[in-house]
Structure formats: structure tokens, C-alpha cells
Write a protein that binds this ligand. Sequence first.
Ligand code: AMP
Ligand code: MN
Ligand code: MN
Ligand code: MN
Length: 287
Amino acid sequence: MIYDLHSHSTASDGVLEPAELVKRAHQMGVGVLALTDHDVLDGIAEASRAAAACGLVLVPGVEISVTWRRRVIHVLGLNVDVENPVLLQGLQTLTEKRHWRTAELGRRLEKLGIAGAHEGAARLTRGRIVSRTHFARYLVEQGHVRDFKAAFKRYLGQGKKAYVNCEWASLEDAVAWIREAGGQAVIAHPARYRLGRALFAELLEAFKAAGGEGMEVVSSSHSHQENLTMATFARQFDLLASAGSDFHEPTGNWAELGGTAALPGHCVPIWHDWELEEPIQQVSVLD
Ligand code: AMP
Ligand code: MN
Ligand code: MN
Ligand code: MN
């Protein structure tokens, strides 16, 4: 069974509609897929319907933007109740911060001689939030940069010319919202933060103290060696292990759905005690 517990749709910065995403995951042999859009749950209902139609298990999820020690950390919530008012209210505060951040990013780019980026990025979204990914796509489309990577390197990456600092959710709040909604909190792509050993250990301790349960040991944004290192940390800190592609789009810069390596053998998978309901497969008479 292939588990892919990290993916994005048009509800945030992915390019496939939730139903298209599920269909593609099914084609790629994924049996259990988590939709984890940035700071919104908007795609889950559509994805769940599509999953039921093709016999895939859809895990309702979210990827929450967190600021910890002035760094941005992403925390996944898996198996959350998408109607939980505490989670919805918490995510709403992030949506509002994003509105401010988007406008500010537009102003910075304007000062750098790139007009219309706010509107341009917003035009490229199909959901309620604008992310840096949309700005990157706009900058490529308008020929301001050669490619997606260059957009981050030159303008959008942390500390670069147009980067806007934003105070996202606290680590404690994000984990609390997820737990309120009955979900499990997982640190996304932990090897990406480049914290150094001591600070990384502090992050894991703080996360556990807040009620966090897992870390993404295997991620498409990790090297093979980083997967192994993260597996060791998971064991040392008694955290459950997750795996995800962080899929955003079928071509270019992103990994394919279901395309990540298996968890190293000594990991305890985050799904070890999940009771997955067999989806009821709707058989079309045309099949
Ligand atoms: P935001 O949450 O709006 O700040 O946007 C973050 C998103 O931008 C991430 O989820 C990635 O999809 C994308 N991203 C961030 N940094 C990079 C990078 N260096 N290269 C490519 N994509 C990036
Ligand atoms: Mn993203
Ligand atoms: Mn992320
Ligand atoms: Mn992601």
C-alpha cells in the first residue's frame, strides 16, 4: 500500500483541482492520500467525493504555517475534522495575515520595478489564498525571471529582495488546533529548516511538549541521506514517522504523487494504528 501524506491542490498552491489530484494519485498507485493545502481545508470535500468514487482513502489534512524562533516551520495536521470550529477559526487568522502579506509583497515588487504583481498573482489562484508560489509563477509568466527557482532566489526566498516577514501561528497554537480537531500533528519536511543539531532538538522537544506526534521522515524535498537522518531523529525523540511527496504540479519542479521512498524499517509509521475505512467504490454502469 502506498501512503502519500502530503499534497496540494488549487485550494492553495497546487495546480490540480482536488478531484483531479485524487484521480492522478489513484493512477499512480497511491492507496492513501492526504490533501494538505496551506492553511485551508477548502479542497477536502471535493477530494473526499473523488476518493470515494475511485476507491482511494482520502485523509483530510492541512499544512499550517508556523513561526518558531523567527523561522517559518510547516506543521501538517492529519485526519482533522474539517468542521471543527477551533481549527477553522485558527486557520482564518492565517488567511487574514496572508491578505496583508500578499499586499505588502506586491508593494515591495512594485518598488523594485515590477508592477501589477499583486493582481497578477491573485489572477493565478483558484482558491482563497495567495502564496509565494503564485507570485513565482507570475514572475516567470511575465519574463522577470528565467524560472521558478530563480524567482525564489532573486525575490521571494527568505531574506531576498521582496521577502516579507510575517508572524504566522505559534507552534503551540497550530498543534492545539490540530488536536482540537481530532488530528495528529506532524512536522513537515524537517530537513529543510537547516536549524543545526541543537536547535533542531529544541524544536522537536517544543513540538512534543505541545502535543505533536510525528515528523515527516521521508519527503521528496529530502535527499536519501536526509531521510535516514530524520529516521534516526524520529526514533530518538519517539516521534511517529510520516511520508509525503509534497506534490504541487505534474511537471517541472515537483515530485510525483506516491513517488517517495518507503520509510526506513525501524520507523513506526504515523498510520500504524489508523483504522482506515474501506471506501465504498461506486461502480459506473459505463465502466
Ligand atoms: P508561502 O506559504 O506563501 O510563503 O509560500 C510557500 C510556498 O512557496 C511553499 O509551500 C513552496 O510551495 C514554495 N516555495 C518556498 N520556497 C521555495 C523555494 N526556494 N523554491 C521553490 N518553491 C518554494
Ligand atoms: Mn506550497
Ligand atoms: Mn511546506
Ligand atoms: Mn507542502
